[in-house]
Write a protein that binds this ligand. Structure first.
Ligand SMILES: *Cc1c(COP(=O)(O)O)cnc(C)c1O
Length: 353
């Protein structure tokens, strides 16, 4: 049944092995990030059977389901309303709020356990973390005073929000802070988690950043791309997961709607260019499943021109193939489309070994 995702597990494994080898050569451990595929069990199993050191996700709901012997890492700063689950299901959480860490300590004390955290620092991308100009040492001192919290490392995240590219000049802010922490406190920071898939371009160009010994990687493993510039990574697959969707209508129609144009199904006033008579198709999936701008047709002569909740309209005019109703179109995916499609319950999954 369509729409359908083809999931090639061996290609995922090859990407993981290639990228892990690259990281290992640079003395970096890897957290395999599972959020873009909702911690799908079969894909998690590929990570389980790989040398990746940790399993990481931003959602506690996903980590609850994950079956693994590797340490589980919660990437999103925890909500104070989910801390019971954090203590119970997570080995290491990323944190930036002292008040939340104190609550974690309190809960861990009641259960007589210890909870490990990585303290996140913001070096300019402006998503999570204590801003690097703030008084980080006081925060660390307070955390060190908490008996049931183990500070196992510090981390930073770049590119995801502000689009800031990891380069020496930016990462020097992290390095400086690490050096100050090492000089002020007698602690062993096991993990200096330097970033996500946008960090890989540094390794590919042989730039190793001092102290950084861990990366958290999602997109690069599943899509075979570094995310600072969006380039494919050498010896990886970009088609670990592809989409197939079928045509439920194929007809010749004008390229401009007829009549007075008001609002479309989403309250926007659409506009159209007159391209004459068109061979138009309708694919049986829509906005509820995916943003069509993020789908890459393998037939590069076709063009996606619009969508509503459950339909994507496609221009088939210039294809060499004479498409008919029931024919299936194949698409490569981006991070955005993969996220939508894996999340939609209307999209089937087919796994290949
Ligand atoms: C999602 C996420 C990652 C992984 O990012 P990719 O670009 O997919 O490698 C890493 N760290 C944090 C904190 C995240 O939220």
């Amino acid at each position: 049944m369509y729409p359908k995702l083809n999931i090639y597990l061996s290609k995922y494994k090859e990407n993981i092995d290639t990228i892990h080898t690259l990281c290992h050569k640079n003395q970096l451990s890897v957290m395999g990030v599972t959020k873009v595929f909702c911690a799908d069990e079969k894909l998690v199993d590929v990570l389980n059977n790989s040398p990746i050191e940790y399993i990481a996700d931003s959602r506690i709901e996903n980590l609850k389901q994950v079956k693994t012997l590797k340490p589980k890492v919660l990437l999103r700063i925890p909500s104070i309303h989910e801390l019971d689950d954090v203590i119970k299901f997570v080995d290491i959480s990323l944190n930036s709020e002292l008040s939340t860490v104190k609550l974690l300590n309190e809960l861990a004390r009641k259960k007589n356990v210890s909870h490990s955290i990585i303290l996140m620092l913001d070096i300019g991308d402006l998503r999570e973390g204590i801003f690097y100009t703030e008084n980080i040492l006081d925060n660390i001192q307070e955390i060190l005073n908490l008996k049931h919290i183990k500070l196992v490392g510090i981390g930073t995240n770049l590119t995801c929000f502000g689009g800031i590219i990891p380069e020496m000049e930016t990462l020097e802010k992290l390095i400086n802070i690490v050096e100050i922490i090492k000089s002020k406190f007698d602690i062993n920071l096991e993990i200096i988690s330097g970033g996500n898939s946008s960090h890989l371009h540094l390794l590919e160009s042989d730039q190793r950043i001092p102290y950084i010994n861990n990366l958290r990687l999602g997109e690069s493993l599943i899509l075979g791309r570094e995310t600072a510039y969006g380039n494919p990574i050498k010896d990886t697959h970009q088609d670990v997961i592809t989409l197939e969707a079928d045509l439920v209508e194929v007809k010749f129609k004008p390229s401009i709607p007829e009549g007075t144009i008001g609002m479309d199904a989403f309250g926007k006033t659409p506009s159209f260019e007159d391209l004459g008579l068109m061979k138009r198709g309708i694919l049986a999936l829509g906005k509820q499943d995916v943003d069509f701008h993020e789908l890459i047709p393998t037939d590069d002569k076709i063009r996606l021109i619009g969508s509503s909740s459950d339909h994507i309209i496609v221009d088939l005019t210039h294809s060499m193939i004479d498409y008919k109703v029931g024919d299936v179109l194949t698409f490569k995916l981006t991070y955005g489309s993969l996220l939508g499609l894996m999340t939609s319950k209307y999209v089937n999954k087919h796994y290949y070994k």
